[in-house]
Design a binder for this molecule. Structure first.
Ligand SMILES: [Zn+2]
Length: 265
């Protein structure tokens, strides 16, 4: 019994890693306006097409020790990291949700958030296509009641999450005289709020700022990270949302909120 259980789960890790491999292609090509379907993957240095046996998620990067088979140019560890993160989050989601409609919806959003994180980090943009796809999926999810929240709660969540960031951005513009919160973050908040509802949107906002503060402090003190005054906020919103996905309790509750309300009141 134990063995089939583990086999079942490790399969989801590998399936996730395969999607991670696809996300790597999306992260590189989409913001550059290249097709994500063709041409097949090739080395960015010597341009040689990558053979299927050198394109196995996780393993190929390890076997080739992070170098191109032909020209030995270094292949970024990011390829491995994205595949690993996608695999492990797929595994955690299936453990948390089982094979429910909510699992599939959250899985799609997690995959989008991984791509958004790296694209925002590289280019300081959150592509509108991702937001539109997300909203399209949300409309269906709400229509068929696949989410544990009321339709109106999704609307309030979106307004609260996106609206708060819009408000922060306006204040930042007044005080700092420059853009501190991009409109991409506002649109991302709108989408994520529609997915998690009002209560969890408040938690997501709190966690986004908390994670960004911790990350920035550690980065500056330990790694002498230089802030150009411009740190993309999308990745922190993505991290906060993933934390919320993974701390779900039955009936649409959340263990962080449960803990907070039992400890504080
Ligand atoms: Zn090469």
């Amino acid at each position: 019994m134990i063995q089939t259980f583990e086999l079942f789960h490790s399969a989801f890790f590998m399936i996730g890693a395969i999607f991670g491999s696809f996300l790597n292609v999306v992260i590189w090509r989409f913001p550059r306006g290249e097709s994500i379907i063709s041409p097949p993957s090739h080395c960015s240095s010597c341009n040689k097409q990558i053979a299927p046996y050198d394109n196995i998620p996780l393993f190929s990067w390890l076997i080739l020790q992070g170098k191109c088979r032909h020209c030995k140019t270094k292949i970024s560890s990011r390829y491995f990291i994205v595949e690993f993160i996608t695999g492990i989050l797929t595994l955690f989601l299936v453990i948390t949700y089982g094979l429910t409609p909510e699992f599939y919806i959250n899985l799609i959003f997690v995959y989008m958030l991984i791509a958004i994180t790296y694209i925002d980090y590289d280019h300081y943009i959150i592509p509108n296509e991702f937001i539109l796809l997300g909203i399209f999926i949300l409309i269906f999810a709400h229509l068929f009641n696949w989410l544990p929240i009321e339709n109106m709660d999704g609307l309030y969540g979106g307004i609260a999450f996106g609206g708060f960031l819009y408000f922060i951005g306006k204040i930042g513009l007044l005080i700092l005289k420059k853009e501190s919160m991009g409109f991409g973050d506002v649109k991302l908040g709108l989408m994520l709020g529609g997915l998690i509802g009002l209560k969890l949107s408040v938690l997501a906002l709190f966690l986004s700022f908390l994670i960004s503060a911790i990350f920035t402090l550690i980065g500056i003190s330990l790694f002498k990270m230089k802030t150009k005054g411009e740190i993309p906020f999308g990745p922190f919103m993505a991290a906060a949302t993933v934390v919320i996905f993974l701390t779900r309790t039955p009936g649409g509750g959340n263990s962080i909120l449960n803990w907070y309300f039992t400890t504080m009141f």
